[in-house]
Design a protein around this ligand. Sequence first.
Ligand code: NAI
Ligand code: MG
Length: 475
Amino acid sequence: MIFEYAPAPESREVVDIRPSYGLFINGEFVDGSGTPFKTVNPASEETLAEVATATEADVDRAVQAARKAFGVWSALPGSERAKYLFRIARIIQERARELAVLESLDNGKPIKESRDVDLPLVAAHFFYYAGWADKLQYAGYGTTPLGVAGQVIPWNFPLLMLAWKIAPALACGNTVVLKPAETTPLTALLFAEICQQADLPPGVVNIVTGAGDTGAAVVGHPDVDKVAFTGSTEVGRLIARAVAGTTKKVTLELGGKAANIVFDDAAIDQAVEGIVTGIFFNQGHVCCAGSRLLVQESVAEELLSSLKRRLSTLRLGDPLDKNTDIGAINSAAQLAKIRELSEAGEAEGASRWSPACALPEKGFWFPPTVFTGVSQSHRIAREEIFGPVLSVLTFRTPAEAVEKANNTPYGLSAGVWTEKASRMLWMANRLRAGVVWSNTFNKFDPTSPFGGYKESGYGREGGRHGLEAYLKEIS
Ligand code: NAI
Ligand code: MG
């Protein structure tokens, strides 16, 4: 008997997308002064909406609104601020389906990820920091908010990065001006509506849309007290330069080139699942993606054949299909970068493999790809690809694994697969990475701090540590 594949598409009717969007300043949607831009569905290249561009003058209006609101918001008792954050968290849960569909449409990620990973984590972040709002005196970082936070976020987890930025800022009594990425502004604008629905005082959250110039205006505004950025190391450097010599506090969450390290005693099938989650989750558009597989030589052959078998079962296609494992690449620019680096991998002598996988005709797509025979000097072993591309290297001893894992300018995360707890601890103590996962990968929780070493940035987000970036001690 032959079974035909039956798609299981989620309905896009659950979300109303307006033809055009303004900026969200002082609790209202207002026109932007710049030339509006279009945001597209990367799975179909269809235009979803036209979105306003905030100029320097618009950003100034948003910062002024946030400054004015800071007086009111920071004067509220923590328990009152918590009520708003709990309310926002509950509305996010109530409207989760709508937000998940919108996220998948604008970003290209599979609905099963936006529905089962992004949205639950977004709500969890607001719940978690709501809980801190009236307990700041126990956190150990003082109880005084900084003022206005200027926050710039990327396109890989649009709503989740918004939550990571806004929830702790508001819990601590700051107000915010946030700029979403230009390819994924829509869930931030729906979040603005949720702020209205929650009766959040006007000006506490302001959303300004636009590209890099708008981001630079947010970061460079003289009345911003705190800058929080997630994105490329290149722009992170520009931002560090822009705020140098000012009193602005900064956190930067930048790129990564994580090692996923598999020892010969690891449970191979579990490790294979962890490798798949590590690099193919969210099309590999993950700063902490396990983009370098370091496998102990004695099990390399067995592991690679299992991995290839598993990759052949992944389903690539319509992000709104509930069975889809791999969605669309977020933009033509990102696709070009992935292609360029993959071609460099071949040119430098690594062997490239992908499962048989038909790519849709429209939209931006890249098949799951594995490079073997990779050496440390190859660009695909050193540079962040930010796509569904895995580079495989081998090692013989734990010391060699540590040496290779740390041989990178980055230091965001790492994974270790072994049955021996003593070896796990030995490795974790030597890996220069902000997060080390033990027999798992890409696990997130609002209670757990996240952040990098070296060129992966500085500061921690999440957990009690995440409060530090938004508070000061008064002397
Ligand atoms: P990007 O760093 O340019 O974009 C991130 C955000 O920064 C966007 O909102 C963008 O509008 C804004 N931005 C751009 N220039 C700015 C400036 N001068 N001042 C202030 N804000 C500015 O990253 P892009 O070009 O989208 O991606 C390039 C590469 O960066 C990716 O291929 C990937 O390797 C890495 N990346 C890392 C991310 C992470 O989570 N750490 C997220 C996104 C990209
Ligand atoms: Mg888009």
